[in-house]
Design a protein around this ligand. Structure first.
Ligand SMILES: NC(=O)c1ccc[n+]([C@@H]2O[C@H](COP(=O)([O-])OP(=O)(O)OC[C@H]3O[C@@H](n4cnc5c(N)ncnc54)[C@H](OP(=O)(O)O)[C@@H]3O)[C@@H](O)[C@H]2O)c1
Length: 303
């Protein structure tokens, strides 16, 4: 909200602002989205998380969104425990699919644009070439199925829907592969990492900027957004150690079968992000550069 010198709200200035609502605002991506949108004085940004809105509740969600009258609602709230989803099927669908339906219904009431964050896990990984937006999905996990259902609700219900599929996120504000590897190096001298899943690690700061650019150019439909270049988790892990200057920790390559996680992941889920470039002119930097930036921002943050 903008106030003048007397503390009065300035309606003329406010009318020029773009009102943006971020749901899931305390999550890893949500916090970077808040920072990105708050960086522009042209935005009036509201952030809600589970304490302010539980998207599983239809009436509450529809009323709160339509009461705020945002121009854009970004739904970054999700049940993101991929393995946990296998046993918590009801919760996975209640948050990731039905929650999205409720958000879309609320957004329609005030004719807002709706942005939904989706995942590479909607694909089965058998293509072995970078996936384009039109490739047929075939999720292997409950998480992937619940997110695909969320996408379908956006496509069926939203007056103006933007679906951003992304993958392998790391960022300063949440637990992720990088923070987990760094933590493990403080406790162990040998780490086991899978080498048979390929994708693109993606920095939440870069993703938030791309989402902002897509909204700016009023994009709608499905977009793949990830940092450039592909790798497997083993290479990603080795790079984390190398760029952090950590020596004396051995990394052992294992297979997904050996790791035996509850949810099956696609073996290949690289994205073709040409559509993002065509719409915004943007190509996200290589994941290795983004990783170096993230690691140096962690150092700065810890000082
Ligand atoms: N992380 C990845 O690698 C990845 C990859 C591809 C796509 N995505 C998608 O990107 C988006 C952001 O992911 P992220 O890793 O930033 O997620 P995250 O850190 O887990 O954040 C999600 C936020 O949503 C909140 N939330 C959970 N249930 C809710 C509910 N019923 N109502 C309102 N808020 C709720 C969570 O609160 P609590 O923490 O209290 O539960 C959390 O603050 C998600 O849509 C995810 O599916 C993530």
């Amino acid at each position: 909200m903008i106030f003048d010198a007397n503390g009065e709200s300035n309606r003329a200035e406010e009318s020029k602002l773009s009102r943006i609502l971020v749901i899931g605002a305390k999550g890893m991506l949500g916090r970077d989205l808040m920072e990105t949108f708050n960086a522009s004085s042209l935005n009036d940004v509201t952030g809600w998380d589970i304490d302010e809105i539980d998207i599983r509740r239809k009436e509450e969600t529809v009323e709160r969104i339509s009461g705020l009258q945002p121009e854009t609602v970004i739904n970054a709230a999700a049940y993101t425990n991929v393995d946990g989803c296998e046993s918590q099927v009801e919760t996975a669908f209640a948050v990731n699919a039905e929650g999205m339906r409720h958000v879309a219904l609320g957004a329609n009431k005030c004719h807002s644009k709706v942005v939904y964050l989706s995942t590479d896990y909607v694909f089965d990984g058998t293509k072995c070439k970078p996936y384009v937006e039109g490739d047929p999905p075939n999720p292997l996990s409950v998480y992937g199925r619940s997110k695909l259902q969320g996408e379908r609700y956006v496509q069926q219900l939203a007056e103006d829907g933007l679906i951003v599929r992304t993958q392998w996120l790391f960022g300063r504000h949440g637990n992720n592969f990088v923070s987990s590897i760094l933590r493990q190096t403080r406790e162990k001298k040998e780490l086991s990492i899978v080498d048979d899943q390929i994708g693109s690690p993606t920095y939440t700061v870069d993703l938030a900027n791309a989402i902002s650019a897509l909204i700016e150019c009023d994009a709608s439909g499905v977009f793949h957004v990830a940092n450039s270049d592909y790798c497997n988790w083993l290479t990603f892990g080795q790079s984390i150690l190398k760029y952090s200057g950590i020596n004396g920790v051995n990394i052992r390559a294992i297979s997904s079968k050996e790791l035996n996680r509850a949810a099956i992941r696609p073996h290949y889920s690289g994205f073709n992000c040409r559509k993002l470039k065509e719409a915004t002119g943007m190509t996200l930097r290589p994941w290795s550069e983004a990783l170096k930036d993230y690691l140096s921002s962690c150092e700065k943050f810890n000082d």
